[in-house]
Ligand binder design. Sequence first.
Ligand code: SF4
Ligand code: SF4
Ligand code: SF4
Length: 245
Amino acid sequence: GRFFCGWICPFGLYMDVITIFRKTFKKRYFLLPISFNKFLDKFRYLIFAIIFAIPFFIAPLHSQSFQLALFFAGPFKHWTIFLGPLETLIVPDSGAWIIYGLNLSYPYVRDVMFYSTGFFIQFNAILFIILTFVGSFLVRRLWCRFCPLGLSFAVLNKVKGFSWLPIVHLDKSEEKCTKCGVCKRVCPTQVTEVYENKGGNVSTSICTHCFRCVEMCPYEGCLSVKVAGKSVLSSRNWLEPSETE
Ligand code: SF4
Ligand code: SF4
Ligand code: SF4
C-alpha cells in the first residue's frame, strides 16, 4: 500500500522534484513540530471521513443523488478529490488548461476549479498551485502529511480480512539500534516511530516506505525492508570501513 507513496505517486514525485530544486539553492527545509505532525496524521482520518460522508448529507439537494453518492458520483466529486494525487501535469484526456495543444493539469486543480465560480476559477487554481509549490519547497512531502489517499492504504491494511495486504514491512532490530536518531532526521515525513518503537515491524500510517531511513541507518542490519517476510534490503555499517576495504 504505502509503497505506492514512496515510489509511484505522481504528486509524491512532484514534491521530491521540488526538494531537489530546493537543494540546488542550498536552502534548508523547515520541520513541523512533532506534535503538529502527529495531529495532521490523525486529522487525515477526519478529511477521509468527510470526503465519503458529504455526498450522503447533500443527497437531498440533488435529484437521484443518493444513488449517485452510493456509486461515488454526483454533485460532490469525492472520487476525484480522493484520487487527486494521481492527476499529473500532462494528462491524456482534457486537462485544466490547454496550452500549445498540451493538456495540462495539476493534482486537485480540476476540483479547485469545479468548486469555484467566475474570476475565482483561475485565481483559486493559480493560488492553489503557488501554495502547494511553496509549501513543498519549505516542508518535505508536505501534502503527504494529510493526504487522504495515502491514509486509505493504511486504513485498508487495518480492515479485517485485508491484514495480509501490507506485504512490504519496515523492520527494526531492537538489539542493534543505538538510538543515534539518524532515521528521525532523514525521514521526509518526520516519522518518529522508527526511532521510538521497539523492534519488529515499525511501519506506520504516515510512513511512505521511501526507505531513506534504511539507507541512512549506520548500523548493519538494524533496519531492513521485508517483502513477504524475506529481507530484501538492510542498513549497512557505513560509519566504519569494512574489513575488506
Ligand atoms: S500520501 Fe498522498 S500525495 Fe503523498 S505520496 Fe501518498 S498518495 Fe501521493
Ligand atoms: S538510525 Fe538506526 S540505529 Fe539510529 S536510531 Fe534509527 S534505527 Fe536506531
Ligand atoms: S520511516 Fe523510513 S521509510 Fe518511512 S517515510 Fe520515513 S524514512 Fe521513509
